[in-house]
Design a protein around this ligand. Structure first.
Ligand SMILES: [Zn+2]
Length: 192
């Protein structure tokens, strides 16, 4: 049985020579510039050569991470826009992708040796997700703590003979003061 073609009203492109000219000009313009646009430098799976698709904003093409969100959204799942006509299909695809990724991850974790697992956990512990501001704040705190530690660990200069003599005198006076507190009538050298 021959499938029936859906019948659409003729588009502007089919009925108007002017629209066709506008379309051709746009395609010519795109073809002229597309070869000079920056290319994706990810390695192709098939032969490990550079991918050469047109790069997106972050230097990778739409397949190799060009669509990965940036900033605060980079580690969150991007859900489809509910208003889009195929939102349900997109959502189902997203959920299936997440499930597949989770399965792949658990397989990988199960195959790890204890040392590899420790290394993996350490890597993830050092890269806690969060907003850019929160991560910067934590970096600053770590830096300050390291500076304070370094300052405390720096060797203190040895006290000079003069300082040692003063410290001895202060200790003697303190002892005398303490003795006076116990017995106010007791005659003393320094306070006589
Ligand atoms: Zn690519």
């Amino acid at each position: 049985m021959k499938r029936k073609r859906p019948q659409h009203a003729p588009t502007a492109w089919q009925t108007s020579a002017q629209w066709r000219m506008i379309g051709s000009a746009a395609i010519r313009e795109w073809n002229a510039k597309r070869f000079n646009l920056p290319k994706c430098n990810a390695a192709r799976k098939s032969d490990r050569e550079p991918c050469r698709h047109i790069a997106m904003e972050n230097g990778k093409c739409f397949i190799h991470g060009g669509r990965t969100p940036r900033g605060e959204e980079w580690h969150r799942t991007q859900w489809p826009d509910g208003k889009s006509p195929d939102a349900e299909k997109k959502l189902r695809k997203k959920l299936a992708e997440r499930e597949r990724a989770a399965r792949k991850r658990s397989t990988r974790l199960a195959a790890m040796s204890p040392e590899e697992r420790d290394q993996h956990d350490a890597w993830h512990a050092a890269r806690t997700p969060g907003s850019a501001a929160a991560r910067q704040r934590k970096r600053d705190e770590r830096k300050q703590a390291a500076e304070i530690r370094a300052m405390l660990e720096r060797p203190q200069p040895a006290p000079s003979a003069e300082t040692a003599e003063l410290a001895k005198q202060i200790a003697a006076l303190r002892a005398e003061l303490e003795a006076r507190r116990v017995d106010p009538q007791k005659p003393t050298g320094a306070f006589a």
